[in-house]
Design a protein around this ligand. Structure first.
Ligand code: ADP
Ligand code: MG
Length: 245
């Protein structure tokens, strides 16, 4: 096994009842790389990420984080989740907590970081994302784009090895999408390893090192964006791209 893959999926199978939602999924995510999952609604993108974060168990195959199998029943689920930051389509900020409290909650409660240190780190991250002035605000005082950027800061606050971003711009007003995508670009520049799902094909093409097309729970095609977007090998990929681009 390559020592530089942060994440690896090997022959992952996931079913819900009689429905096979992921079938024989292989995926390797090298350190500092960005992988974009694309595919129609229901193709399994969210389920794949939920399996990586151990929110769902898998039926067969294995998932490795930094070379150790996290789907092993003896794996420490909390320890795994601490190393993976997740941002979903809906920001899921706690409405009764300020921005700063939202961000420092996990470092303080889960990681045992002291308040001063957690707040200093949160403010540094907020500053980097142009949100330092919002630290004491409650989420409902922020725009959707700002809330989603706070959710990204919150996911980064624990210093994760891997960031999973599941359609993080899908719920946003189109004028706010850009500011969130800018953050993802910055994170890529800083070397953050990321797996994201998106319907923004232009963005996937630009930011991803690898694009993975899921079709009915099967990885039908994967490769560099120039290849998957520019010269898709599968008819189903061509059909999908002709619908969304
Ligand atoms: P995507 O994110 O690509 O839209 P999902 O991973 O959300 O796809 O869904 C893949 C398939 O799994 C869909 O058919 C969906 O209905 C099904 N599915 C997802 N979550 C559950 C669940 N908790 N129980 C049953 N079926 C589910
Ligand atoms: Mg989804």
């Amino acid at each position: 096994m390559s020592g530089t893959d942060v994440l690896r999926l090997e022959s992952v199978r996931k079913t819900f009842g009689s429905q096979v939602v992921l079938r024989d999924v292989d995926l390797a995510v090298p350190e500092h790389s960005v992988t974009a999952l694309i595919g129609a609604s229901g193709s399994g993108k969210s389920t794949l990420m939920r399996c990586v974060n151990l929110l769902e168990g898998i039926d067969d195959g294995a998932i490795f984080l930094d070379g150790s199998e996290i789907t092993d029943p003896r794996a420490d689920v909390d320890a795994v989740r601490r190393r993976i930051g997740v941002v979903f389509q809906s920001y899921n900020l706690f409405p009764h907590m300020t921005v700063l409290e939202n961000i420092t909650l996990a470092p303080r409660r889960v990681h045992g970081v002291g308040r001063a240190e957690a707040e200093a780190r949160a403010l540094e991250l907020l500053d980097r994302l142009g949100l330092a002035a919002k630290a004491k605000e409650y989420p409902d005082r922020l725009s959707g784009g700002q809330q989603q950027r706070v959710a990204i800061v919150r996911a980064l606050a624990t210093g994760p090895r891997l960031l999973l971003l599941d359609e993080i711009t899908a719920a946003l007003d189109p004028v706010l999408v850009g500011e969130v995508l800018m953050v993802v670009r910055d994170l890529k520049e800083q070397g953050m390893t990321m797996v994201l799902s998106t319907h923004e094909m232009g963005f996937a093409r630009e930011v991803a090192d690898r694009v993975c097309f899921l079709d009915g729970g099967v990885v039908l095609e994967q490769g560099p964006p120039e290849q998957v977007f520019g010269d898709p090998q599968e008819e189903r990929t061509r059909q999908f791209l002709s619908r969304v681009v």
